[in-house]
Design a protein around this ligand. Structure first.
Ligand SMILES: *[C@@H]1O[C@H](CO)[C@@H](O)[C@H](O)[C@H]1NC(C)=O
Length: 249
C-alpha cells in the first residue's frame, strides 16, 4: 500500500508540476493572478492551476500579458487553522501591496480556494485571522484600486445571500462573515464572485465532498471569461497612452 501511494503521489506531482515553494514574484504583466491554495495542497496545484492557465490564455489571446503569484502560507493538514489564516492574510496583504508598488500599472486578480478562500477574503476585508487583525486592503488605496476581480471558491467563510454568490449554495453559509468583516469584504462586491455549491460541506454545510473538489473542473471556463470581462471593463491604472503605438507624432 505504501508503494502504491508513493507512486500515485509521484505521478500527481509530475502531471501538475506542483511545487513545495511558492512563486513569490511576477513580471509587471498586464494582469497578475494571486492564488491562495487549499488545505494540504502544494503550491501551483492541479486543482487551481487550470484556472490560472485558462485565464492567462484568454488574456493572451486579447494581446494582454499575464503572470501569477502564490500567496505564501502553511496549509499543513491538522495544523493550527487560525494561525494559518493569520499567516496567509498578512502575507497576502503584504504581497499584493508590494507587487502593486513594484508594478502600479498591473491589474490584480485575487483568488482563493477553500482555506485559501478564507485567506483571500481576509486579504480583501479582514479580519485577518480568527480574531481581528486587519480590515484588509483598503479599496481606495492604490493596491485596492488595482484589484480588477476576486474569486472565492468553496469558501470556509461563505456568507449566505450576498450579491456576488454564484451557484445553488448561494443561500447557505455555516460559518459566515458578519458585521464589519462582511462590510469590509463587500467594498469589493462589484468585482467579486463566490462559488459555492449546495452540496459542498465546507461552504454550504452540504453532504457531497465531490462538490467541494470539482469547482475548477466545472467552472474554470465560466470564471475565466468573467475575469477577462472584468479586466476589460477596468479603467487603466496608468496613462492609457502607455503603449508605444499611441505616442503622438
Ligand atoms: C470603496 O468602498 C466604499 C464602500 O463600499 C464605496 O462607497 C467606494 O465607492 C469604494 N471606492 C472604490 C474606489 O472602489
Amino acid at each position: 500500500i505504501r508503494k502504491t501511494l508513493a507512486v500515485s503521489a509521484l505521478s500527481a506531482f509530475a502531471a501538475a508540476q506542483t511545487s513545495t515553494t511558492p512563486k513569490l514574484d511576477a513580471t509587471c504583466a498586464d494582469v497578475v493572478i494571486f492564488m491562495a491554495r487549499g488545505n494540504n495542497a502544494p503550491y501551483h496545484d492541479d486543482r487551481t492551476t487550470p484556472f490560472i492557465d485558462a485565464t492567462c490564455s484568454k488574456l493572451t489571446a486579447e494581446g494582454k500579458s499575464c503572470d501569477y503569484i502564490d500567496i505564501q502560507f502553511d496549509v499543513t493538514l491538522g495544523g493550527d487553522y487560525c494561525a494559518q489564516i493569520t499567516e496567509g492574510a498578512a502575507n497576502g496583504i503584504k504581497q499584493v501591496t508590494a507587487f502593486n508598488q513594484k508594478c502600479p500599472c498591473s491589474h490584480i486578480i485575487v483568488n482563493g480556494y477553500s482555506e485559501g478562500a478564507n485567506v483571500a477574503g481576509d486579504v480583501l476585508g479582514g479580519p485577518g485571522g480568527c480574531s481581528f487583525v486587519s480590515t484588509g486592503i483598503d479599496n481606495t488605496s492604490s493596491a485596492g484600486k488595482a484589484i480588477a476581480a476576486a474569486l472565492l471558491w468553496g469558501d470556509v467563510r461563505h456568507t449566505e445571500n450576498q450579491p456576488y454568490n454564484v451557484l445553488d449554495g448561494a443561500s447557505k453559509g455555516p460559518y459566515p462573515r458578519a458585521g464589519a468583516d462582511l462590510a469590509n469584504l463587500n467594498r469589493y462586491s462589484s468585482i467579486l464572485r463566490s462559488y459555492c455549491a449546495a452540496g459542498d460541506p465546507v461552504c454550504a454545510g452540504g453532504k457531497t465532498v465531490a462538490d467541494h473538489l470539482n469547482y475548477f473542473e466545472l467552472y474554470t471556463d465560466d470564471a475565466s471569461s468573467w475575469v477577462v470581462a472584468k479586466v476589460d471593463a477596468a479603467a487603466p491604472l496608468c496613462g492609457a497612452s502607455s503603449s508605444s503605438s499611441s505616442v503622438a507624432a
